[in-house]
Design a protein around this ligand. Structure first.
Ligand code: TXA
Ligand code: MG
Length: 315
């Protein structure tokens, strides 16, 4: 069950506790309301995908309270510092290279070596991230393919009976009402991947020589890195819907009828999603072939199967 709470000290504490327990919290940003979870906790991230009912693991935007906190997790250069001075806190997301030592969940970044980061310009969001002490992963708080929410009530209508989401922090109507601008730094150039709260004109004014192929890239959002199959291919052959291991093959099970390694002995799809990338990373180092037991194609299981199929498509 979900409740809407006015933002104050006690609701921020409750929301912080929910995040610490690995549950979800909805909070306002200056763009749209987010559906937030601990960015370092794979299980919390799996709950976000389950709640949104997304059929694939798109990478999520990670929300930070300060630039220092971003520097702990990402590689930084002078352009990024300048973008920070100009536009953060604000409606801009930058795709940055993740540092090796970063604890950001592999599921949150859909197993890419980059993360989309931003510092939101909203007092409730900033208080929550500071109180929690860790970054918060949050897509827009709507079910897949419906409108992004700009009021606490919208979030409530989508998720009133959701078991993962206990609190919606009410911060009134969001000021901007459309999502952040997403940019990618490619060598010396700045590519706009999604238009949003920071306009292309503002970016061009501050970086006259660097903004490239804006219109073209804006259309390419449909092939954002999260959707490219090659990013997900493991280094070894992968076989799906396998009930038994073949010769020289490791079988990764799912559910009580399979031995270890097992994505979830109790057959929890959320747990399986949270283990998927780390299992593949770990076992491809030790085994020349991997098979995966059948995963039910419902709920977040669709996203798991989508990802496994992409991983096999190259082989
Ligand atoms: O204003 C916003 O950006 C809102 C608020 C809540 O912050 N968030 C939002 O998130 O719109 P979402 O999940 O609805 O959209 C995130 C987009 C996706 O299209 C995803 O592909 C892209 O960001 N993205 C995130 N991380 C990425 C990465 N590492 N590489 C490429 N694209 C990435
Ligand atoms: Mg969205």
């Amino acid at each position: 069950m979900t409740t809407i709470k006015n933002t104050n000290k006690s609701s921020i504490i409750l929301a912080t506790e929910a995040l610490e327990e690995g549950n979800l919290v909805s909070f306002p940003t200056e763009t749209v309301y987010g559906l937030g979870g601990d960015a370092t906790n794979n299980l919390a991230i799996a709950k976000i995908f389950e709640t949104k009912n997304r059929p694939e693991f798109n990478p999520l935007i990670i929300h930070f309270a300060s630039f220092d906190q971003i520097e702990e997790n990402c590689e930084i250069n002078d352009d990024i510092k300048k973008l920070n001075d100009l536009f953060w806190p604000g409606p801009m997301t930058i795709i940055l290279k993740k540092k090796k030592e970063s604890k950001i969940s592999d599921l949150a970044s859909a197993n890419l070596d980059t993360i989309g980061v931003r510092i939101p310009n909203n007092i409730t969001a900033l208080k929550l991230i500071k109180s929690f002490g860790k970054p918060i992963a949050a897509p827009s708080a709507n079910t897949s393919s419906s409108l992004s929410p700009t009021e606490a009530n919208h979030v409530y209508e989508y998720f009133e009976n959701d078991k993962n989401l206990s609190i919606i922090l009410d911060g009134g109507s969001t000021q901007i009402g459309l999502e952040s601008t997403i940019i990618n730094l490619d060598n010396d150039k700045i590519e706009i991947l999604r238009h949003g709260g920071v306009s292309a004109e503002e970016l061009k004014e501050k970086f006259p020589q660097k903004i490239i192929n804006i219109e073209q890239k804006a259309n390419e959002i449909i092939i954002a890195p999260g959707m490219l199959s090659k990013h997900y291919s493991p280094a070894v052959p992968l076989r799906i819907n396998a009930k038994k291991a073949e010769k020289n093959e490791l079988l990764i099970g799912f559910g009580p009828n399979y031995n270890a390694p097992n994505l979830s002995f109790e057959g929890s799809l959320v747990e399986a999603a949270s283990n998927l990338f780390s299992f593949l990373a770990k076992y491809q180092k030790k085994h020349s072939k991997i098979a995966i037991a059948p995963i039910p194609n419902k709920g977040i299981g669709r996203a798991i199967n989508d990802r496994i199929k992409r991983a096999t498509s190259k082989n």
